[in-house]
Design a protein around this ligand. Sequence first.
Ligand SMILES: [Zn+2]
Length: 259
Amino acid sequence: MIGSDPRPRVVWSLDFELRWGMHDVLGMDRNAYRTNLEGAREAVPQLLGLFLQRGVRATWATVGALACNDWDEYFRLAPSPPRYADSRRAFDPRYADLDPDGVLHFAPELVRLVSQTKGQDLGTHTFSHIFLGERGVAPKDVQAEIQQTVGPKVEVIPDPNYIGVPTPASPLRPEVQAAITNAIHSVVDPNMEVYPVMAAGASDGSFFRAQGIPVFDADGGWAITPLDDRAHGLDERIPVRAMYDDVVYWEKLIRSLAS
Ligand SMILES: [Zn+2]
């Protein structure tokens, strides 16, 4: 609910980063995932057309590097990389040799198209898609990445109320757990064992926790593990039924927690 408007909202937030978000998975294989990455040039204008036609507002989380014209511009602008404890996380300059014309890395015309299309917001997740949760990444690395993305006219400064103030995990609540368990049992499998786990992701939750609002992640999406587990991986996909199940799951969960 936003303000006094009681209508439910769906938030569209799209990762748009071509190969920048996948280097650690794709490595030095130029052809890995290539048709998908090249397909973005067709898919993005089509999506924008659909959004415009249906009045959909979306946020496009992109990386600053995507707006560069070529490798020369990228290497001139990119901040020095973090000192990762695990060196495999670092950007490998050989990616430039792999893709000399930059077709898998740069799309300034698409970034422009997104920002010029009505109702679309351009967000950023850093300049070079550095791995924020990795050991060795310092706040100054993140600051430099964001500063480079927004340019010299905007000053990026850390929020003293947030930086370095970790918040404790939200205590489990029986009614939340019961609602999740019931939704999974009625939608996916009545015998499925449901148990909570801790994860280090979803860092935006820490802002809510800092305000005393508990945060739980209750995604009902399922995949076939380990045979076809491709969330955040190569050819990311879920079974078609899992998508429809998830819609019913969310409806049940929201209705039971809201009632
Ligand atoms: Zn990403």
